[in-house]
Design a protein around this ligand. Structure first.
Ligand code: WT7
Length: 662
């Protein structure tokens, strides 16, 4: 029986709760689960591990071993993510769609990869990797668009125990080079190009220089757009020339739960991106659990996540989560505004998607430019809406809820990080409540808390995780145990994980726990259009311009992107501010980091507020941009420079700045 148009939620006391229908349907609907799971957290995870995934051998040596701040889970047991995503479904789901791929060009047909197709293609790709010398534990870098071969390639790596390290296509070749270099990867998988906003964007031809620099041994190229890229003999290979001549079968490798499954680079507080390590077993268990519970993912569901594979959301929910459960996932190659702002709604309607998962920044753009466009489409197949990447403001929440969800669907506001591997905090569909702007409670049995500076629980402060943790959390930073300790396990000691975010305890409650609201980053990281960027990384990029003496980057509020990088630039003696120089700076950022980091604002200034020890006081810069109170200006050794800065940014906040009037 069709469930289209079902009312999945109801309003009580001004807040939304699951309706009876939702409670009946949902895998979990009894809030008692929160308490139950906490009573025996390790057993809770062990049971989920046995119930949700297939093991070749499930006789682990222990459930969890904790040598703070290092964890190990299920060691000694063996499994494989590719096996869990494909082989175990093959008997009953050979012809079921695994991936529905929507190309961007309108004159191209969508493509459906069944589980049978995946099984065949992944085995071939795995043998291509082996043929080219890739072995278990090798890092293979991807610079791949949203095309089916990307999924096949990732699953092929998993199959043989190689670590994929996927770099978002809006990062630059130079950013790819740095990541290849850090991971020591000798192979790159890329495409000739892909379609975005109606144009073919080149990949292979842009990356050649970087491949030379890292001394890559091989590069596999998928032909997507017939761009005929330059190929280096002996190093570069078109996938199509290799895959039919290799052995067509390849069994999934039996990997230890504690083997590394993949690396994913993310920005940290220093200029150098961190290679976050995820494990084979623990990651899979958490991905499986969160997929099933948070999205209430049933066998006949059609899951549509707009997240690109270059981000952790793309890994866990656009790719692995749905496939672990033998489900169907929708992949779209291009931009939400091509050929117009209805593309996503068309994709939902056409495929009768039951879940839709996206980021607030995209929703804000769609509200701004096409508020009523969802009305033109039948979106009644939807049951659950998801939000991720940044806080969702109540206004956008209401629009999403009413216009996209028809006032029928819960919004799961999912809070997590590259480091946590999967969703760790949200309201669950069968339990609620769903409150605009409030993320929710930790997934059982995870223990999130809000702490003040003295590590005491408080109502507004640092978001931390205490024991019990989740098996899906990072296993470290590649080659940098010190960085791992320093970034996550030093603020509150080695037993409390510091997320870098600030949060608030709200009055709402479920299962004996208060819902948390996530405010934003407390450190120097930016979230630009939901993408995490390090200010230090951007500053290093700007410093490559000869005329730049000093630079400070902070986030400036932006109504669609959340924030954009604002650059305060001091020039060397003799250099003059000019549009040409601005151009060079923008180019440098795009070259070193990528278009994803394009500056929103560049201010040329004569001085920057500094502490006695010469550290730029970013807090002042942020307050100036946000028109907020600056506080005691004497903490700067050169407070007189604030007048010029206030003029440059057009400050209209409450603080009196000597010599400046707004
Ligand atoms: C940072 C992690 C998680 C996958 C996408 C981003 C912010 C994420 C939410 C949310 C408020 C959120 C946090 C976090 N964030 N989800 N629902 N509400 N903030 O992954 O690049 O690792 O970034 O994104 O600041 O620390 P990421």
């Amino acid at each position: 029986m069709s469930e289209k148009g079902t009312q999945w939620i109801e309003k009580k006391d001004g807040v939304y709760w699951p309706s009876e229908k939702m409670k009946e349907k949902a895998f979990v609907s009894d809030p008692g689960i929160y308490r139950e799971a906490k009573e025996n957290p390790k057993e809770f995870w062990a049971e989920r591990a046995k119930e949700l995934i297939d093991w070749f051998d499930d006789d682990w040596n222990y459930i969890q071993k904790w040598n703070p701040p290092f964890f190990r889970w299920f060691e000694g047991a063996t499994t494989n993510l590719s096996y869990n995503c494909i082989d175990r479904h093959i008997d009953d789901k050979k012809d079921k769609p695994a991936i529905i791929w929507e190309p961007e060009p309108l004159d191209e047909e969508k493509k459906v990869l069944t589980y049978g197709d995946l099984h065949r293609e992944v085995q071939k790709f795995a043998n291509v990797l082996k043929e080219l010398g890739v072995e278990k534990g090798d890092a293979v870098t991807f610079w791949m668009p949203m095309i089916p071969e990307t999924a096949v390639a990732a699953l092929a790596c998993q199959r043989i125990g190689a670590w994929h390290s996927i770099v978002y296509t809006a990062f630059s070749p130079e950013a790819v080079r740095k990541r290849m270099d850090d991971a020591g990867s000798k192979m790159l998988i890329t495409a000739d190009g892909f379609y975005r906003r109606g144009k073919a964007v080149e990949l292979k031809d842009r990356i050649n220089g970087a491949l030379e620099k890292v001394d890559a041994e091989s590069c596999i190229v998928v032909n997507r757009a017939d761009l005929e890229p330059e190929m280096v003999d002996g190093r570069d290979h078109f996938l199509s020339n290799l895959k039919d001549s290799v052995d067509q079968s390849c069994e999934a490798e039996e990997l230890d739960a504690e083997d590394i499954g993949f690396l994913l680079y993310t920005s940290g507080t220093t200029g150098k991106p961190k290679g976050i390590k995820h494990s084979v077993g623990g990651y899979m268990v958490q991905a499986a659990l969160s997929m099933k519970w948070v999205f209430d993912f049933h066998d006949d569901d059609i899951f549509y996540s707009t997240a690109d594979i270059g981000w952790i959301t793309g890994h866990t929910y656009t790719l692995y989560g749905p496939l672990i459960h033998g489900g169907t996932t929708v992949w779209y190659e291009g931009s939400p505004d091509y050929p117009n702002l209805e593309r996503w709604w068309e994709i939902i309607e056409e495929n009768e998607a039951t879940q839709f998962y996206t980021a607030p920044t995209a929703l804000r753009m769609l509200v701004k430019m096409g508020k009523d466009l969802p009305d033109k489409h039948d979106l009644s197949s939807l049951r659950i809406l998801g939000s991720v990447g940044e806080p969702i403001d109540p206004e956008t929440w209401e629009w999403y809820f009413n216009k996209v969800g028809g006032g029928r669907c819960p919004i799961v506001d999912t809070y997590w990080q590259t480091e946590t591997g999967g969703i760790l905090l949200t309201s669950l569909p069968g339990m609620g409540p769903f409150v605009p702007g409030v993320a929710g409670v930790p997934l059982p049995p995870v223990n999130y808390d809000i702490l003040d500076e003295r590590a005491e629980p408080t109502d507004k402060g640092a978001v931390v995780i205490k024991e019990p943790f989740s098996p899906g959390m990072l296993r470290g930073v590649y080659k940098s145990p010190d960085k791992y300790k320093e970034e996550y396990w030093s603020r509150y000691g080695d037993k409390i994980y510091f997320s870098g975010d600030e949060g608030i305890v709200t009055e709402y409650e479920v299962g004996g726990q208060k819902l948390l609201k996530i405010v934003g980053r407390m450190d120097d990281l930016l979230e630009v259009a939901g993408h995490r960027l390090g200010t230090a990384e951007l500053e290093d990029a700007v410093q490559t311009v000869d005329e730049v003496a000093e630079v400070a980057v902070v986030g400036k509020p932006h109504d669609v992107k959340g924030e954009v990088p604002a650059l305060f630039v001091m020039l060397i003696e003799g250099a003059e501010p000019s549009d040409g120089l601005k151009d060079s700076i923008v180019k440098a950022v795009r070259r070193e980091v990528g278009p994803v980091a394009t500056p929103g604002e560049i201010y040329f200034v004569n001085d920057l507020p500094e502490t006695e020890s010469g550290k730029v006081i970013r807090r002042f810069l942020r307050s100036l941009l946000e028109d907020e109170e600056l506080g005691d200006m004497r903490t700067a050794k050169n407070p007189e420079c604030l007048k010029e800065l206030a003029e440059k940014v057009g400050y209209s906040g409450p603080q009196e700045i000597p010599g400046y009037s707004s």
